[in-house]
Design a protein. Structure first.
Length: 110
């Protein structure tokens, strides 16, 4: 597996997750029940990120996602240490996280 492509995929899923998370946060006030689900999804995603990238800083002091250039080399370095199976598992995990937050966003937008 090409580490550059895997890195790009992981960063895209992290970015997608962050975007839908911010949109969902704005709209969750209208749906109080969704806030519990949002908290669960956030906690799971945070656990996945810290498990795979314990020493990579993705966010600034205001909890905003940093520019990709600030962390892409660290992500790639970690990817290069993983087995093919681990890479596949993590890519799938981050993809699922992004899809879950996207579905929740669509639900609260209704």
């Amino acid at each position: 597996m090409d580490p550059n492509i895997v890195t790009l995929n992981l960063i895209n899923y992290i970015g997608d997750y962050d975007y839908y998370d911010s949109l969902t946060d704005i709209n969750s006030d209208k749906h109080p029940k969704s806030f519990t689900k949002l908290s669960e999804i956030r906690e799971r995603n945070k656990r996945h990120i810290t498990e795979l990238f314990p020493n990579v800083k993705f966010r600034d002091n205001k909890n905003q996602l940093l520019a990709v250039g600030r962390f892409k080399d660290d992500v790639k370095a970690k990817v290069e240490t993983l087995s093919k199976k681990e890479i596949e598992d993590y890519v799938e995990t981050f993809k699922k996280d992004a899809k879950k937050i996207e579905r929740l966003y669509k639900k609260v937008r209704r």
